[in-house]
Design a binder for this molecule. Structure first.
Ligand code: ATP
Length: 456
């Protein structure tokens, strides 16, 4: 195979894996030879060999075959690179003395981090009340300058944008100062690297690499809870970097103090900087995200018609997490373009019935009663008791209305939960609130507020 063939294949790989993956994982590969159908690449570290072989081997092979290279398999051999230029491979294989790797300062491109998703930038991150503090803190860290809070600890439920913000910080720092060594990886990868270093007796290299970075970002740190030696090593790495005034950014699915199985000294270290949480999305944020993503799809499918109210419907109905929301929208556009139909509410319900069903709100009548009692400052026992004074009867009707609209309970079932009232009483209460909602703005505001609190 000629060098220029590999050069062309690399250009195609750039297209297919994206700029960031390419720079991290493909560019450093050196094609050594193609022998008996095996394309042999040299890579600078065994971590990289493993990562590329697990994540990119198939893609590389597909492109090699498409370029008619006589390869049916790819192999990655660890050899410290002599140079970054591709050696001619048509001639006899180049003999390389396996020299021991002594890491002094690992070049940024060779750090054993995970690839960054090019879509996860600040520009693509929609800011709303639930995530504005986390976003502001992330921006601040990405701006650089003196390290003010160390670590920045981001936490929140599944799919709320923790990874997105971390990647955005890394992208921004890399653009601002390409010389900075930014290492992003998941806690699971940290453990994997650590165990590998122990096994290969390369702990000195491991420590040097991790302690030589300028910015360390560890995603999903709850993963190391209960894994004692990994925690120990993480703790030392953490301390060494903080002592050198290097920025650390950590994410987890809960606050440091709530991660069970995490040593107290680590918890307290993690709490030393700024701890911010991403709250569950609210309706406005979900709608904002949907509008932004839909704009992108509209450009991609310019002929598709989109009825009013669809995004509002989705923002209202899918309140689980942003990942599910994105998946729903992607499926909707793909489906509509395949069948060549306008995206209407009917089509949305047809195409997303499983997601909508799974996202059905699981609000209970009891929760509604509790929240409404709190809101109107009445006792819960009065809500279900016999009193008929308006200051109690009206909140009771509000709760009945919400129970009718936010749960799947029937009117008799709702009546039973309101102290064994008849279903006609419930029906009357629901109708009364429907009327008032149209004429009394205070009631309309109360309903909207309560609905949001219950959905959150
Ligand atoms: N505010 C937002 N604006 C735009 N996209 C968002 C926002 N929040 C989340 N997303 C998108 O939702 C998806 C899930 O986000 P991400 O992977 O960052 O979540 P996470 O909090 O790290 O979840 P997990 O706990 O599963 O690791 C991503 O595609 C991300 O781009």
């Amino acid at each position: 195979m000629k060098n220029d063939t590999w050069g062309r294949v690399k250009e195609q790989l750039l297209e297919s894996v994206g700029r960031s993956n390419y720079a991290n994982w493909i560019e450093p590969l050196e094609l050594r030879k193609v022998d008996n159908g095996v394309a042999v690449f040299s890579v600078p570290t065994s971590f990289m060999a493993n990562w590329v072989s697990r994540n990119f081997a198939d893609t590389i092979l597909t492109h090699l075959k498409a370029a008619n290279a006589p390869a049916s398999r790819v192999e990655f051999k660890v050899e410290p690179h002599q140079s970054q230029t591709v050696t001619p491979v048509d001639t006899a294989p180049v003999a390389h003395e396996p020299t021991p790797v002594t890491v002094q300062e690992t070049p940024a491109a060779d750090l054993p981090g995970a690839p960054l998703d090019p879509r996860f930038t600040f520009d693509n991150f929609v800011v709303g009340k639930p995530n504005e503090l986390a976003h502001a803190a992330a921006r601040r860290v990405a701006e650089g300058g003196p390290v003010t809070f160390n670590p920045l600890f981001l936490y929140g439920g599944v799919g709320l944008g923790k990874t997105h913000l971390m990647h955005a910080i890394a992208h921004e720092i890399r653009v601002r100062d390409p010389k900075l060594r930014v290492l992003y990886l998941s806690a699971e990868q940290f453990m994997y690297r650590f165990v590998q270093a122990l096994r290969d007796r390369q702990m000195i290299d491991f420590k040097q690499i991790f302690r030589s970075v300028d910015v360390l970002m560890v995603d999903d740190v709850q993963f190391i809870a209960g894994k004692d030696s990994t925690q120990e090593e993480f703790f030392h790495t953490f301390n060494a970097l903080v002592d050198q005034n290097k920025q650390i950014i950590i994410s987890a699915d809960r606050a440091p103090g709530e991660i069970q199985g995490l040593e107290d000294r680590i918890k307290s270290r993690l709490q030393c900087g700024l701890v911010v949480d991403l709250h569950p999305t609210d309706y406005e944020l979900r709608l904002g995200i949907l509008q932004t993503k839909a704009e992108g799809y509209r450009a991609q499918y310019p002929d598709l018609k989109f009825a009013d109210g669809v995004l509002e419907f989705l923002a209202h109905r899918i309140s689980t997490n942003v990942r599910v929301l994105e998946g729903a929208l992607m499926r909707l556009f793909a489906f509509a373009s395949l069948v060549g139909r306008e995206i209407t509410l009917d089509l949305t319900q047809e195409c997303l019935s499983d997601i909508l069903k799974a996202s059905e709100r699981k609000v209970t009548v009891e929760e509604i009663q509790r929240k409404v009692s709190e809101h109107y400052a009445i006792r819960l026992s009065d809500m279900i008791g016999p009193k008929r004074v308006r200051s109690i009867a009206r909140p009771r009707q509000v709760a009945m209305y919400l129970a009718k609209h936010m749960t799947t309970r029937s009117l008799p079932e709702i009546g039973r939960r309101f102290g064994g009232r008849d279903h006609t009483t419930v029906m009357h209460g629901v109708r009364r609130i429907e009327e008032l909602k149209a004429t009394d703005s205070q009631i309309a505001d109360d309903l909207e507020m309560l609905r949001r609190t219950l959905e959150a």
